[in-house]
Design a protein around this ligand. Structure first.
Ligand code: AMP
Length: 286
């Protein structure tokens, strides 16, 4: 496994890889969710490139950029064991020698939910993902369904900007009690960790009720909200994953996504679940 920190060296080493390349962009502090992405890339591509970059552009001024967990040695060991060909772990000055003048700004897809709560976040994500795609020029790139709005934006980025890389979505990896794995879970105290699965419990309730044919999203969300305490809600919503706009009514026969964010103490958790609404004639009469 090559460990590379300079863009020039990355280009040279990538050019020397003969077969299809799969890219897995990460911010490090790797867990089994990241490992699942790498394993999928390993199965589907001749070579795998993983990037580890805590991207300053996607953190707001009051967010956890400086204290975001960094565990380079453990990450390298894990990736070596997974058979990764190249790890690209640049310093911020390598990726951004000067503040960028040209940026990628999602419009509607970044307007609500994470985009509303974290102004500038998706601009930072889309800009850095485009830079990484340009630097690595992979045939395939792998992203987690865990960050569903980010995934939707990256799929659209590829479409709108004629990027040839095929974007793959990977299922969310969870703890036994349902909590989605996240590098930020290390921030949780024992009590907060105990309460953290309430977020997925609330989302499961949304999935169940919409799956039963209930279409009043506002009412469904009000019910689901009851399950969050002692977590503090940031948002709960239901969206068409191609649009990421809050829905009030769930259309029949649609694949929708229930999204949520909540605070466990100072730690912000996000999660989502896919829900298939029944076709009209199958709907339960209430
Ligand atoms: P991050 O390091 O948090 O930026 O995540 C890097 C990639 O891993 C993103 O595409 C995430 O969506 C994905 N990811 C993070 N957590 C999980 C998880 N629990 N299951 C699957 N993918 C994940």
């Amino acid at each position: 496994m090559e460990f590379v920190t300079q863009l020039g060296e990355l280009r040279d080493r990538r050019a020397a890889l003969p077969g299809a390349v799969g890219l897995v962009p990460t911010m490090g502090a790797l867990h089994q969710g990241h490992a699942a992405l790498v394993e999928q890339a390993r199965r589907e591509c001749a070579h795998v490139v993983v990037t580890i970059f805590v991207n300053p552009l996607q953190f707001g001024p009051s967010e956890d950029f400086t204290r975001y967990p960094r565990r380079m040695e453990e990450d390298r060991e894990l990736l070596e064991g997974l058979g990764v060909d190249i790890v690209f772990a640049p310093e911020a000055t390598e990726m951004f020698p000067q503040p960028p003048d040209i940026i990628v700004e999602p419009a509607v897809l970044g307007r609500y939910f994470e985009g509303e709560r974290r102004p500038g976040h998706f601009r930072g994500v889309a800009t850095v993902v485009l830079k990484l795609l340009n630097a690595v020029q992979p045939e395939h790139a792998y992203f987690g369904q865990k960050d569903a709005q980010q995934l939707a934006i990256i799929q659209r980025l590829a479409l709108d900007l004629n990027i040839a890389t095929k974007i793959h979505a990977c299922a969310t990896v969870r703890e036994a009690d349902g909590l989605a794995l996240s590098s930020r879970n290390v921030y949780l105290s024992e009590t907060e960790r105990h309460a953290a699965p309430n977020l997925v419990a609330a989302l499961r309730e949304v999935v169940t009720r919409l799956g039963e044919g209930e279409s009043d999203v506002t009412r469904v969300l009000a019910g689901a909200r009851q399950r969050l305490a002692p977590l503090r809600e940031d948002y709960l919503g239901v969206v068409d994953p191609a649009k990421f706009e809050p829905l009030r009514t769930a259309p029949p026969g649609m694949s929708l996504v229930a999204v949520g964010a909540a605070f466990a103490g100072a730690t912000r958790l996000i999660d989502n679940l896919t829900v298939q609404t029944p076709a009209e004639r199958e709907m339960v009469k209430r």
